[in-house]
Design a protein around this ligand. Structure first.
Ligand SMILES: Cc1ncc(COP(=O)(O)O)c(C=O)c1O
Length: 417
């Protein structure tokens, strides 16, 4: 049973979990025994409609048949070679085919590793040290990214993680999202190696870029000789098969990927312009290595997932599911709020009218959001346990599932009114 496991977990893991956001689930985390389509089946035998979807990777829902089959076939062939394999070539070709900025690829094992290596690469390539990031953008859990970061970092009230050396903090400068003037000031006055950003913020609720913001940052980085890194760990293959850069038609120098490209298995990738990528070892001297880089099971799940996206082009369908749900919720909430949706990602912010950056989102009524999360979970619907995360839909969220969810929201919001 979940509660007994939770009590045991508290004695085994810091805070009872292995990734902090999981501890926020109210009244206490449920333990999952199985994932099936749009559902999580808990250790208590409860079937829950899942809008968290592993925090983004599961664009086809849980355990999609063809991906599962391909993983099983790969298991029969072994799951770690320590040599190159055909499947890494295949997955890299798909990424290069779809992502406009991708000319060469380095596979790693997480989004964290991808952004950490992209930052090192930008520094090595430009010979500069400073990085410009945005308040509330989350780029994983490494030292250069844990400064004014979103997601659980902010949810737990951490501005700069303890343990990050001051020397490191001094190499990172921060602007508010959508503030082009700040970007220009910093690029002018500080010798910046790279600007890294989420092309759509997905770790502070959902906050889209304002018209012209991405293009403006692109123009400024090229004017001042800095590199532009799009962190598309969430948006890559989700907003469009070519990622946010395809949707917004702004092509960065480097792109970091993760989540969907591994079909739910651990993965990360750095990709971008050929001449920059050539700086990575062994072609160049910006070091990267990994025992599990280009892991065969992750490659296989990634290929099978992208093939489904290529063959079925499900974007209209998953976007529509998110649109119907987001619009219904937006109309049901009678107090002050704003809902942001882009494609199959959305979030509602309570107690505020306008959210264009992390500072606006910080003052939303998070306690009320958590209450809604808790009451929905009792009704069998799982939305993220934090206002700062994203609600995702998948190809498995059909009309029936969406309609049940709308009814549950009606009930919960009615009870709260
Ligand atoms: C935009 C973005 N970048 C990087 C990361 C880190 O990825 P991982 O959790 O795979 O290390 C995340 C994780 O949520 C993310 O959303």
């Amino acid at each position: 049973m979940s509660y007994e496991l939770w009590k045991e977990a508290l004695s085994l893991f810091a805070g009872g979990v292995n990734s902090p956001v999981r501890a926020l689930v109210r009244p206490s985390p449920f333990f999952t025994a199985k994932g099936e389509g749009p559902f999580l089946i808990t250790e208590d035998g409860k079937k829950i409609i899942d809008y968290v979807l592993g925090y983004g990777p599961l664009i086809l829902g849980h355990s999609p048949e063809r991906v599962k089959q391909k993983i099983k076939e790969q298991v029969d062939k072994g799951w770690l070679y320590g040599t190159p394999s055909r499947i890494e070539v295949e997955l890299a070709k798909k990424i290069i085919n779809h992502i406009p900025s991708a000319q060469k690829v380095r596979f790693v094992n997480s989004g964290t590793e991808a952004t950490m290596n992209a930052i090192r690469l930008a520094r090595g390539f430009t010979g500069r040290t400073k990085i410009l990031k945005f308040n509330g953008n989350y780029h994983g859990a490494h030292d250069y990214a844990l400064i004014e970061a979103g997601s659980a970092v902010s949810e737990y009230g951490i501005t700069i993680s303890k343990g990050v050396p001051e020397e490191v903090v001094r190499t990172v400068t921060v602007c508010e999202y959508n503030d082009l003037e700040c970007v220009e000031r910093r690029l002018k006055s500080e010798n910046i190696a790279a600007v890294i950003l989420e092309p759509v913020m997905g770790n502070y609720g959902v906050i889209p870029p304002e018209d012209g913001f991405l293009r403006g940052v692109k123009e400024l980085t090229s004017t001042y000789g800095s590199l532009l890194i799009f962190d598309e760990v969430i948006t890559g293959f989700r907003l469009d098969i070519g990622g946010a850069q395809s949707l917004f038609k702004v092509v960065p120098d480097l792109t970091t990927l993760g989540k969907i490209i591994g079909g739910g298995l651990p993965i990360g990738a750095i990709t971008g312009k050929r001449e920059i990528m050539e700086s990575i070892t062994p072609a160049g001297s910006v070091f990267n290595a990994g025992t599990f880089n280009a892991n065969p099971l992750s490659m296989t799940a990634g290929i099978a997932t992208i093939e489904e996206l290529e063959n079925k082009n499900p974007y209209t369908e998953i976007n529509r599911a998110a649109e119907v749900l987001a619009d219904e919720i937006d109309q049901m909430i009678k107090t002050e709020h704003v809902t942001h949706r882009i494609g199959s990602m959305f979030q509602f912010f309570l107690g505020v009218k306008d959210v264009k950056n992390a500072s606006d989102a910080k003052i939303t009524n998070r306690a009320l959001y958590l209450k809604i999360h808790e009451m929905l979970l009792k009704e069998g619907v799982f939305i993220p346990p934090s206002q700062l995360e994203t609600i995702f839909t998948s190809t498995s969220h059909n009309d029936e599932v969406i309609n049940i969810t709308i009814d549950k929201f009606k009930k919960v919001l009615g009870e709260l009114a």
